[in-house]
Design a protein around this ligand. Structure first.
Ligand code: PBG
Length: 327
């Protein structure tokens, strides 16, 4: 026999053939746009380490949400940047605080056309920048933090969030939030558990995005990059506590974790392509080192292929626009 029997290249011969035989494809409905709103801004404020991403005003946030609806994006994840911070993150509980108000404003703009999600975490609200309150030794106090998360969750549900995203990696956070929601009559408010969230150097630009006050790191509560098996424990605990969806974060350096979780999870799996992953690609593209659109598309598709049902990405609306134009 002088020819190869198997010629996988046959299925690569034309764009139409490649499109027909693609195992995975992106759709706008599975993309979630993370968005920042900062209290007291009169104009949207560019985030220098995340070119193209803004700290929003109420108006620009509403416009971004309306645009996301227009483009068919699946959801929006809101983060608030308050004007005043304290040791216990008190502003997070104010029904008129920056994040709770943003949830209400975005819901008023989009209704049920976009799944409105919000961050349940104290790091944006504390003056020390940690995701919880500190004990006398400066250690993040798990159970004291849970009490505040429960109240934050109810406030956000009351403001109209469809889905709450507890991102602080406190043990037991999903159970406490679920219980608080049920007790307050919010049985239909869902929880996406940041189940496997790693202490990552790639969060750097996000810290600028939320004007983080953190010195040091989050290694006593976020997972260690060395651990794979432990991610399954985190997911199992959150499922037992009532998580409606689970998340792996970051995405690109953790695709093995994502594949593991996708293989075992009976609920939808989200992956968060975080700030540093965004900024790296933007920086390389700005230098002319990579083709921006191709690299962005490949990165999000890779996350999907690894097993994500939903991808949080700062490019959500832009990618949705590309998908629309290529139809
Ligand atoms: C914590 C939180 C962080 C991110 C989302 N939620 C920061 C952190 O854990 O330090 C990072 C998201 C990103 O980097 O894009 N509330």
């Amino acid at each position: 026999m002088s020819f190869p029997i198997h010629r996988p290249r046959r299925l690569r011969t034309t764009p139409a053939m490649r499109r027909l035989t693609a195992e995975h494809r992106l759709s706008a409905a599975e993309l979630i746009l993370p968005a920042f709103i900062r209290e007291g801004l009169s104009e949207p404020n560019p985030i220098s380490s995340m070119p193209g991403v803004l700290q929003h005003t109420t108006d620009s946030l509403k416009r971004a949400a309306a645009e996301a609806v227009e483009l068919g994006v699946g959801g929006i994840m809101l983060f608030g940047v308050p004007a005043v911070r304290d040791a216990r993150g008190t502003a997070s509980l104010d029904p008129d605080g920056v994040l709770n108000k943003a949830i209400r404003d975005v819901r008023a703009e989009v209704g049920d056309e976009l799944v409105v999600m919000s961050d349940v975490c104290l790091d944006e609200f504390t003056d020390h920048g940690h995701c919880g309150v500190l004990d006398a030794n400066g250690y993040v106090d798990n159970d004291a933090t849970l009490e505040i998360y429960a109240q934050m969750a109810v406030a956000q549900a009351e403001a109209g969030a469809h889905v709450l995203g507890p991102s602080g990696m406190m043990d037991g956070q999903v159970a406490v939030i679920r219980q608080a929601l049920e007790d307050a009559g919010h049985a239909n408010t869902a929880v996406v558990a940041y189940a496997a969230k790693y202490a990552s150097a790639f969060y750097g630009p996000f810290r600028e995005a939320v004007d983080s006050q953190l010195t040091g790191d989050r290694r006593t509560y976020q997972m260690d990059a060395a651990n794979r098996r432990e991610a399954l424990l985190e997911v199992e605990l959150d499922l037992a506590d009532g998580a409606d969806m689970v998340m792996v974060k970051p995405a690109m350096s953790y695709l093995d974790i994502l594949a593991d979780v996708a293989a075992m999870s009976p609920v939808p799996v989200a992956a968060y392509q975080i700030s540093g992953e965004y900024s790296m690609i933007e920086a390389a593209a700005a230098n002319g080192w990579i083709d921006r659109r191709a690299a962005v598309t490949e990165s999000v598709l890779g996350i999907k292929r690894a097993g994500a049902n939903m991808v949080l990405t700062y490019w959500a609306s832009e990618v949705a626009g590309w998908l629309k134009e290529s139809k």
